[in-house]
Write a protein that binds this ligand. Structure first.
Ligand SMILES: [Zn+2]
Length: 242
């Protein structure tokens, strides 16, 4: 059975992801910044959370770790490089490690830039990737800790995943990202069309995540940047874009 992935909105624009494997009955939660909403959704579905997967240390991704653990006994896995900053971490993950949910296997990819230890979880057979705050729909995370070169390389590594890979990012930032994309790539018809679609979706209250690698290759101005210098220029411009 394919993984069942449920979006749990939290705070103003975070998406926490519940991941369920019906064959084994196992459930994981990705980046529970807040425990209450994920526990409520899991309970409503009759799912018991057995694992927490953190992509990076930021409190809006890890703040609910201990409460989820207390309520469910879940095991918490997250990036080794950020272990000192992550509450309740049981299993330290680094490049080449894997997480498992039943028979589903996710590879750990280190994607520094937003933070230095940031990881993505890539379920190759499922064509699913949890990318935290690295790659967003039509955007990318801010460079809080890493260099432009690190982030450029991390994004371009994710860009090599199969085009149909579903990309689960951790925020609904797509409308602001799409407006910046149209500004950065004024002649790009795919970006203009996607901006219109995103405006429609948000006006109707629909989530614009997950995205796909194919959609990002066509419309993400940070993946369309030709080199590190152009990437850095765009990232700096986005930080002050209104
Ligand atoms: Zn973050």
């Amino acid at each position: 059975m394919p993984l069942e992935i449920v979006c749990v909105p939290a705070f103003s624009d975070n998406y926490l992801w519940l991941v369920h494997d019906a064959d084994s009955g196992e459930t994981a939660v990705v980046d529970p910044g807040d425990a209450a909403p994920v526990l409520a959704v899991a309970e409503a579905r009759g799912w018991k959370i057995s694992q927490v997967w953190n992509t990076h240390w930021h409190p809006d991704h890890t703040g609910g770790n201990l409460a989820v653990k207390e309520a469910t006994g879940a095991t918490i896995s997250g990036p080794r490089r950020e272990s000192a900053k992550i509450q309740g971490l049981d299993i330290e993950l680094a490049e080449g490690d894997e997480v498992r949910l039943g028979a589903h296997k996710g590879d750990v990819c280190e994607v520094p830039g937003h933070t230095l230890g940031h990881i993505a979880l890539v379920f190759g057979e499922d064509k699913v990737a949890f990318v935290g705050d690295t790659l967003f729909a039509m955007g990318c995370g801010r460079l809080f800790e890493g260099t432009p070169e690190q982030m450029f390389n991390s994004l371009n590594r994710l860009a090599t995943l199969p085009p149909q890979t579903a990309v689960y990012c951790a925020h609904e930032y797509t409308l602001a990202n799409a407006r910046f994309a149209a500004h950065a790539e004024p002649g790009n018809a795919a970006i203009a069309a996607r901006l219109a679609e995103v405006e429609r979706a948000r006006a109707e209250g629909r989530a614009t995540v997950p995205t796909t690698i194919a959609a990002e290759l066509a419309t993400n101005p940070f993946l369309l940047a030709r080199d590190v210098a152009e990437f850095a220029e765009r990232r700096a411009a986005k930080d002050s874009f209104r």
